[in-house]
Design a protein around this ligand. Structure first.
Ligand code: LLP
Length: 426
């Protein structure tokens, strides 16, 4: 489900006209729908209702504290990957006791902070890390709840940069070594083995790799429960969303494609639950993109048109520093005008940003409704891994963020000024 529709010829988010937001707050600006976030969360919770489960929203996907607050209200837990993300969750009113802490390179400061805040569990990614967590806990006179992340060596069939569950990826402990690692961890004085975790990759567009992974790892979870009384098995995140409706859903239009998705929560649950329901463990999931991805758009204004001998370029005021997914993963984002194209006419264009890099484009040779200097367009499915990956490259301020709730639009992050960028430089 999603909350972006044309209404009287103008693109709206819920009941708010996006052109009004662009005019009031300038561009580039990210706009998010509260309704879509709540609905996505609720749909996943409903699909998993048959088992004892917990949703740990992956904060990295969109970490604005107003978004986190929405998820706190929904009852979500949080998967964090840094001390900074834990700090945000706490600021948003989240409960550290509902946080899992992932990532291959946790520092002493981060481990101490998380221990002192009383997080639910560290998801440790190497034996060296478990030993270090034990040392830090001992120094503080505390016991650290720990799960090990297993690398099941399953191909998620996604982009190579967001594939994490193959033996050649840096994540987790090899399936072949995991039982011995638990055995050694069980002997550490300040570690309490609480669970097992895996995450095979992001933007999965088929349930098959998820099924393959749970089928392979469930017997291990059972064994670890019997041996060490672990209480949870986290199967990670990774549910994909529709970026390109033709590719990922068979629909022609982004608007119609969202219900079906590449994977619905029901299909996901039907695929994995048979292997999980009899384990007697709490099952955790760590969705990021599924919750926030189609809940956000990036608004940008067309600055210039340049007709070359080979191409027509539409130069817009958002760049790869604002949304890096096309440059980094060859990611596709649908591009639509804020004023509806009723003629149905299109022409092939490259939409490019102002950054001095050839890779700074949002599409190439794509048939789009024509738009001119001063017109606004929206890049769709930009709610996850959008703003959070933005940078100051070319000394450009971070974009503004606006959260819509029904007819109300609220700035949840001010546009960054150049003064703010250089303030901390000496
Ligand atoms: N759990 C762990 C341990 C993860 O590493 C991730 C994502 C998630 C959960 C959430 O995955 P999701 O449900 O969002 O697929 N920047 C990339 C995606 C990087 C994903 C990193 N890890 C992109 O824009 O496609």
């Amino acid at each position: 489900m999603h909350s972006f529709h044309y209404n009287d010829g103008y693109l709206h988010c819920e009941s708010v006209n996006l052109e009004t937001i662009a005019q009031q707050h300038g561009t580039p600006t990210y706009v998010y729908s509260s309704e879509t976030i709540r609905n996505n969360y609720q749909n996943l919770a409903t699909a998993l209702a048959a088992i004892d489960h917990g949703i740990e929203y992956a904060v990295k996907a969109n970490s604005n504290i107003s978004i986190l607050r929405l998820l706190v209200e929904m009852g979500s837990g949080f998967d964090i990957v840094s001390g900074g993300e834990l700090y945000r969750v706490i600021k948003a009113g989240g409960d550290p006791a509902k946080c899992t802490f992932a990532g291959v390179g946790k520092t002493r400061e981060e481990i101490s902070y998380a221990l002192q805040q009383g997080i639910y569990c560290f998801n440790a990614e190497s034996e060296a890390e478990v030993e270090f967590i034990n040392t830090v806990a001992k120094d503080l006179g505390l016991t650290a709840p720990v799960a090990l992340r297993v690398n099941p060596n399953v191909d998620a069939k996604t982009h190579k940069y967001i594939s994490t569950g193959k033996a050649e990826n840096k994540f987790g402990i090899d399936f072949e070594h995991i039982e011995a690692a638990y055995q050694r961890a069980s002997e550490l004085s300040h570690v309490n083995l609480r669970g097992l975790q895996m995450h095979i990759g992001s933007q999965l567009t088929s349930v098959t790799p998820f099924i393959e992974a749970v089928k392979k790892v469930s017997p291990l979870a059972q064994k670890l429960k019997d041996l060490y009384e672990i209480e949870f098995f986290s199967i990670g995140g990774g549910i994909g969303i529709v970026y390109d409706p033709c590719l990922e859903s068979g629909s022609q239009q982004w608007w119609d494609s969202q219900e079906k998705g590449p994977i619905t929560p029901q299909q996901y649950a039907q695929g994995v639950l048979p292997y999980l329901k009899d384990l007697g463990l709490k099952i955790l999931v760590e969705p990021g993109r599924y919750i926030a991805g189609n809940a956000g758009v990036l608004l940008t204004e067309c600055l210039y048109e340049k007709k070359g001998t080979a191409k027509t370029f539409k130069i817009v005021d958002a760049g790869m520093n604002d949304l890096i997914r096309p440059a980094l993963y060859e990611g596709h984002h649908e591009i639509v005008p804020l004023r509806e194209n009723t003629s149905g006419q299109t022409l092939p264009v490259d939409v490019v940003g102002p950054i001095c890099e050839t890779g700074d484009f949002f599409c190439q040779n794509r048939e789009l409704a024509d738009f001119q200097q001063g017109d606004y367009i929206a890049l769709l499915s930009a709610g996850a891994y959008g703003f959070v990956m933005a940078s100051n490259y070319n000394t450009r301020g971070l974009p503004a963020e606006v959260l819509v709730d029904n007819a109300n639009a609220r700035v949840i992050r001010k546009r960054q000024s150049v003064e703010e960028i250089i303030d901390s430089e000496l």
